[in-house]
Ligand binder design. Sequence first.
Ligand code: SF4
Ligand code: SF4
Length: 278
Amino acid sequence: MARYGMVINITKCNGCYNCFLSCRDEYCGNEYPPYSSSQPFAGQFWMRLIEKERGKYPKVKVAYIPIPCMHCEEAPCIAASSNNAVYRRPDGIVIIDPEKTVGQKEITSACPYRVIYWNQEKDIPQKCTFCAHLLDKGWKEPRCVESCPTGALVFGDLNDPNSEVSKIKASREVDVLHPEYGLKPGVCYIGFPKRFIAGEVILADREDECAQNVSVLLMDKRAKKTIKTDNFGDFEFEGLEPDTEYTIKIKHEGYASKEFSVNTRTDVCLGEIVLDRA
Ligand code: SF4
Ligand code: SF4
C-alpha cells in the first residue's frame, strides 16, 4: 500500500502561481464525490503561497513558500470532526467528506496550519485532497505538482524506497513546517530561508568599473569560506545561521583590506564597500 507524501523545495519555487491556478482549474465548478465538492471561485487557497520578504533596500529577496494541506499523521482536523466526517485513507491522504461535514464549521479552526476553508454557500469545510480522485484513476501526482515548471514540488509513495520523494528524503536534510505542532506532516520542505550577508565592492581608483573577482572571506567560530565578487562587484553568502556572529574580510591585491563584524539577527546588506589603494 502506498503512503503518499510531498517534498517542497523552496529554493526552486519562483512564485509563478501555476500550482495555485491548476488547483483552481481542477476544483472550481467540479464535484469529485466522495472526496471534494467544488471550490468557490474566490476566497480559498488549497495551495497557498506565502511570500516572505528578506533583507532591505538595496538588497531585497523574496522566498515563496507553497502551503497545501500537510496530510498529517496526527491530524487534529480528524479529531475535531464528528460522524467520521474527516478521515485518513490507508494511503495517508486526509479527506474531508463534503456530505458528512455539512455544518461542522469547528473543523476549520482545528487546523493549526490554517489550510481548511469554510464554504459559506455550501456550509462545509474544504481543503486540498492531494487530488485523490485523480490518483484513484492512476495519476502519479496531483495537478499542482504536474503544473510546476521548476520541479519545486515532488510527490510520491513514501513507502517505495525507489520513488523520487523517498530518495530526496533519504539523501537530503528535510524540515517540516512548524515541527512544534507535532502533527507528523506528510509534506516536508527543503531550503527554508535562513540568513544572507551581501554587499558590493568598489575599488576607489576605478569607480567606473565593476570590481569583479575580489576575494570575500566569511568566518565564524567553526569555519571559513571564500567567494569572489561577481561581474557587478557584488557578493552574497546565503543559508547562514540566524543570530550568529560572523566576520567578513575583503581582500584585493594592491588595495587595503577591510573587515566587518556582522550578526545575522536579520539578513544583512553591507552596502557599498570602497577599497582604497594600499
Ligand atoms: S494540515 Fe491541517 S487540514 Fe491538513 S491534515 Fe493537518 S491538521 Fe488536517
Ligand atoms: S508552480 Fe512550482 S514554482 Fe510555481 S509557485 Fe507553485 S511551487 Fe512555486
